[in-house]
Design a protein around this ligand. Structure first.
Ligand code: SAM
Length: 261
């Protein structure tokens, strides 16, 4: 019986073999790697991934799909983690020998919180490849100065090198979504790049700056830093959040060390 796609789980299943092949080539999974697929659905990526690795982990929330996956794949090849990808402890699958490779055609309705959750595991990840709504990928890879540059861009780019690999048209899916999609690759930056950055403080500064993105930093960051101190850091107090680079935010955050949240 055909599975009826559930909107609440963001279900748009990949049906284009050409797109599936391009995604698998971009991931280039190798034997022995620890690969985790988020939202395997009907197995469009699961099956070809298993042609490259002897074992695969998947995280799926939909019980009907889980039942289908259990029928189709043996547990010796596929471990199904039944539950919410937003709560899953990805670190539990990391080993000393191999960093995690996380992939998936993600449910678009939870993409931002999911990306923030996944970012917490950056130190145990080799890379991540995701299909997302094109607009979200544009925000993820955006450079300072543009309308798309925001909290998501800064928070992710402070931990990952980001690449938009290619676009995927709506007709590659069933049901056909209303939006275009894109594949993004996220590769954790070397740990040294982040040395000394207090992540909570960083998140606080970025959220404060972009909370009212049209306002000047001397106003939005008023409770965190004096305008004079901004100037000492080489940051114009009249700047707006979108004009600062990720490195500027790191510098700003480090200057706030010791300030309580
Ligand atoms: N990988 C399949 C494909 O490409 O055809 C399905 C992709 S579909 C866009 C998203 C998948 O994520 C669905 O299988 C859906 O049930 C699952 N999903 C949705 N929300 C989830 C959550 N919170 N945790 C785990 N899986 C979720």
């Amino acid at each position: 019986m055909k599975h009826v796609a559930r909107k609440r789980f963001g279900q748009n299943f990949l049906v284009s073999q050409e797109v599936i092949s391009r995604i698998i080539s971009a991931i280039a999974p190798q034997p022995g790697e620890t690969v985790i697929e988020i939202g395997p659905g009907l197995g469009a990526l699961t099956q070809p991934l298993l042609e490259h690795v002897e074992h695969l982990h998947v995280v799926e929330i939909d019980r009907d799909l889980i039942a289908r996956l259990r029928e189709r794949f043996t547990p010796s090849r596929l471990t199904i983690h039944e539950g919410d990808a937003l709560k899953f402890d990805y670190g539990s699958l990391a080993t000393c020998e191999s960093r995690l490779r996380i992939v998936g055609n993600l449910p678009y309705n939870i993409s931002t919180p999911l990306l923030f959750h996944l970012a917490e595991y950056a130190d145990r990840v080799g890379d991540m490849h995701f299909m997302l709504q094109k607009e979200v990928v544009d925000r993820m890879v955006s450079a300072p100065g543009g309308r798309e540059y925001g909290r998501l861009s800064v928070m992710l780019q402070s931990r990952f090198a980001m690449e938009r690999l290619f676009l995927v048209p709506p007709d590659a899916f069933d049901p056909v979504p209303k939006v275009a999609s894109a594949i993004v690759r996220m590769t954790p930056l070397p740990a040294a790049d982040l040395s000394g950055v207090n992540r909570d403080k960083f998140a606080q500064v970025v959220a404060a700056a972009f909370g009212q993105r049209r306002k000047m930093l001397r106003n939005t960051l008023r409770d965190l830093i004096d305008p004079d101190e901004l100037a000492v850091l080489g940051i114009r107090p009249t700047c707006r959040a979108e004009e600062l680079s990720v490195a500027d935010y790191v510098r700003l955050c480090n200057a706030l060390k010791g300030v309580s949240s």
